[in-house]
Design a protein around this ligand. Structure first.
Ligand code: UDX
Length: 436
């Protein structure tokens, strides 16, 4: 089939290459010229495991191309909307200007043979509004939210947990059309839920709200554990055994960041207020607060430990918001590193993949190109992201004057670090002092 994808960020760029890989002639469209030039030359504009290879293969294979011209979508039978919906400046609401601009730009190029498939995360009610906007062209709209996780974007696109189709009343023709696009996924027996527009929109934001709540729940337990000398990791293991609760997404630490969960829970609250159900999501305000308090705690612990030394040098290991990504949007460890730097501490930082993105956002921050270099002159080491490079680190081989490690993601083998001579400070767990 002939497909177009509007928006070539994490979602759209991966979706374009993935759709080409299953045999569709696909064009990825974005207004960002340098990004499109990179993609067209087969180079990924961000780090995502497996994406580089997929992109190289597909741009070389003749089915995938990229363009900055919305007219390139003309003739496509399905056009995916994959543009960003960032937080509006000065408000919690989602900024829909890119979604609206994308749809406007398509109007001259669509007709009764076109199906527009929305994938962006939008406030409930958006699909119905967009369907009205395109109605005069005869084109149809289906809302198909995307649940991909960064770090697993390729895998999640080609082998998702479920497909959700939000359709206009009785629009089975659009369902059949999207089934054709996704036939390789559907053949695997993937769950497929067909519903209305508002439910499909809500599935996405409520899934993210639930995940964020789960993380803040365990981080709230970490706060209590800190007050009473309990251990939040052992607590998570114990409650997680109950499969009604489940152990996944119960890892306490510096909390959630990234381009999705923080802004999505805020946009969801803003929308709930608009539709007269503000009370229903008031708890998300608390979820957000608990989350931001963990960053404060991370900063305070690093500052406290550094203040106990004469040189106050902190090495921050891990700057991306999660492992296997170079994404630093709303990243807790990068925030902490920048704040330590701004408040007079000597900060050296390192990340396996997010060095360039971190430097772009915080040019003043001293980001080193190797872990060894970052810790060579540090009094305190803060683990900010649980990259395997840090989890598997042999602390006894580290050449560093640091005597303290802060386990920001509760990910280290604590006894191992203590045995190597480090005081181990954790969030929600007792401090391990060096044995005399
Ligand atoms: C999320 C959703 O998981 C995905 O389904 C949606 O489509 C987009 O948003 P992503 O932003 O890639 O995906 O990251 P995710 O794996 O959900 O992690 C979000 C944040 O939560 C990260 O900062 C991570 O470090 C943190 N986290 C995750 C925890 O602090 N504890 C956990 O137990 C799990």
């Amino acid at each position: 089939m002939k497909l177009a994808v509007i928006g070539c960020g994490y979602l759209g760029a991966v979706h374009s290459a993935a759709m080409a890989s299953v045999g569709h002639e696909t064009v990825g469209i974005d207004i960002d010229e340098p990004r499109i030039a990179l993609l067209a030359s087969g180079k990924a504009p961000f780090y995502e495991p497996g994406f580089d290879e997929l992109l190289r293969e597909q741009t070389g294979g003749g089915l995938l191309r990229f363009s900055t011209d919305p007219a390139a979508a003309a003739g496509a039978s399905v056009i995916f909307l994959a543009v960003g919906t960032p937080q509006t400046e000065g408000s919690n609401a989602a900024d829909l200007r890119y979604v609206d601009a994308a749809v406007e730009s398509l109007l001259p190029h669509i007709d009764a043979n076109t199906l527009i498939v929305g994938k962006s995360t939008v406030p409930v009610g958006t699909a119905a509004r967009l369907a009205e906007k395109i109605a005069h062209t005869g084109a149809k709209l289906l809302w198909n939210p995307e649940f991909l996780r960064e770090g697993f974007a390729v895998q999640d696109t080609l082998d998702p947990d479920r497909l959700v189709y939000g359709i206009a009343d009785g629009d089975t023709a659009s369902v059949e059309k999207l089934d054709d696009v996704y036939s390789s996924i559907i053949e695997k027996g993937t769950a497929r839920i067909i519903t209305d527009y508002p439910t499909a929109e809500l599935v996405k934001v409520s899934a993210n709200a639930f995940l964020a709540t789960k993380i803040s729940f365990i981080n709230a337990m970490a706060e209590i554990a800190e007050q009473v000398g309990a251990d939040v990791t052992e607590l998570a293991d114990a409650i997680g055994v109950d499969n009604r609760i489940g152990r996944r997404f119960l890892n306490s630490g510096l909390g959630f960041g990234g381009g999705c969960l923080p802004k999505d829970i805020r946009a969801f609250q803003a929308r709930a207020i608009e539709v007269g159900a503000g009370e229903s999501l008031r708890f998300l305000e608390e979820v957000d607060r608990v989350n931001l308090r963990r960053r404060e705690r991370g900063y305070d612990l690093a500052a406290r430990e550094a203040d106990a030394t004469s040189t106050k040098r902190v090495a921050v290991l891990g700057l991306s918001f999660k492992p296997n990504s170079d994404d630093v949007r709303d990243s807790a460890p990068l925030d902490i590193a920048a704040r330590l730097h701004a408040t007079g501490y000597s900060v050296t930082a390192y990340d396996p993949k997010a060095r360039e993105t971190a430097r772009r956002l915080h040019p003043g921050l001293d980001v080193r190109d190797s872990l060894a270099d970052a810790v060579a002159q540090a009094d305190v080491i803060l683990i900010g992201t649980e990259w395997s490079e840090f989890r598997e680190l042999d602390p006894s081989s580290l050449e560093t004057p640091a005597a303290v490690v802060i386990d920001g993601r509760n990910t280290l083998d604590r006894e191992h670090w203590r045995a190597a001579g480090f005081k181990v400070v954790s969030l929600g767990r007792r401090t391990l002092e060096v044995e005399a």
